[in-house]
Design a protein around this ligand. Sequence first.
Ligand SMILES: Cc1cc2nc3c(=O)[nH]c(=O)nc-3n(C[C@H](O)[C@H](O)[C@H](O)COP(=O)(O)OP(=O)(O)OC[C@H]3O[C@@H](n4cnc5c(N)ncnc54)[C@H](O)[C@@H]3O)c2cc1C
Length: 428
Amino acid sequence: MPGEDIRFDPWWWEAAPPVPQAEAPLPATADVAIVGAGFTGLSAALTAARAGRRVAVLEAGEPGSGASTRNGGMAGSGHKAAYGQLSRRYGKKAALDFLGVGIAALEFTAGLIEREGIECHFTRSGRFRAAWRPAHYETMARETDLLAREIGLEAEMVPRAEQGREVATDVYHGGCLYPRHGSLHPALFHRGLLDRAEGAGARVFARSPVTGMRRDGNRLILRTPRGTLAASDVIIATNGYTGGITPGLRRRVIPIPSFIIATEELPAERIRALIPGGRMIVDTRAAHCYYRASPDGRRLLFGGRAALHPIDLRLGAKRLHALMSGIFPQMAGVAVTHSWTGFVAYTRDRLPHLGKLDGVHYALGYSGSGVAMAPYLGHKAALKALGSDEGRTPLDDARFAAFPLYTGRPWFLPLANLWFRAMDAFGY
Ligand SMILES: Cc1cc2nc3c(=O)[nH]c(=O)nc-3n(C[C@H](O)[C@H](O)[C@H](O)COP(=O)(O)OP(=O)(O)OC[C@H]3O[C@@H](n4cnc5c(N)ncnc54)[C@H](O)[C@@H]3O)c2cc1C
């Protein structure tokens, strides 16, 4: 239940709120212009600035006002796309290569945090993926076995009889433990990335929404309410906030809100009793739940699809509280102090995509799994803009398909919401 003085900002912002940036005049030119100052944009900025390019990052709000400071802080090696779906669509080898990108992304982001000395409570906490149905457990066991053999994925199946060591509930049918997955404080990670990108010479311009873009010879001209900027290369890093300046990309990603709550502070032993191993927990429902202890171990942070379209955050808190109490009846009387939301970007094949479309580079479409992937693909997109072959990943071979008949207004999401809930209730 929402507490009396519930707040509608991310709990993460208590430690690291987005810092209002001073309004500096826009430069007339840059080598690389980046649209969006989340993990993708800042990681791209860091790589391009370290390579000696003049970099300008244009951000509609304050840096970090998008999903990058709002997420659950779960750093995984997976995509939303499962092996089975990918191999049916692309064949076995390509599917394995795409999943290998997830492992590379996790190692890249862990290495980045270490190399740059970013203090953001990063640990290899491990993740437990909990099966909502017995059939989900069986599929996971088969795929885990294959992925361990083929791409060296580290994972261990935990049968239902033993799941109590990971999560104190019997609503699940066992699950899979990924010991190398990590956790971090996303707002501190974002702040560290911003600091390192600026330290490398990138300039970040807040409250500078790009409202138009056109080609002029070999340069692109970006229009903002604060003036125009001409750049040799542009990287679009707008993910769930992708808008009308890139209509081709907007037709390829559907923005979907994800919602999270933070509970009131509780004794650490009480939280520990819920998640004894300190893992990140994600379940396999179509409208899935994900939850974890806060880095200080005093709160439960509980996220999920309270709806597939924007709703009032007090209602979001009520729905998530009900879902949390369904898993942990012992939490039914606990108050919610924070309720917030942010947009993720789903693609047709649930894979992230990077490449070049209509003359601009892009990296987006993380489908809800961008904490490790977005910094990695931002880095890769910058390498592409620098003309380096090292920007290549197997994802270059994945077709980035548009959604049929979709131009950017997801009117169908409330219906999809009902469909997902029916699937979870009646099984699939
Ligand atoms: C509630 C929630 C929980 C999540 N939990 C997890 C998790 O636990 N693990 C995980 O892996 N992933 C999670 N995610 C997903 C993850 O947060 C995202 O994939 C990742 O942050 C994407 O980073 P980004 O930099 O690409 O986009 P964002 O951080 O969203 O940044 C995009 C930026 O582009 C800016 N922008 C858009 N249009 C323009 C324009 N025209 N001009 C200028 N600026 C513009 C926006 O203002 C925004 O700041 C979660 C997301 C949400 C919302």
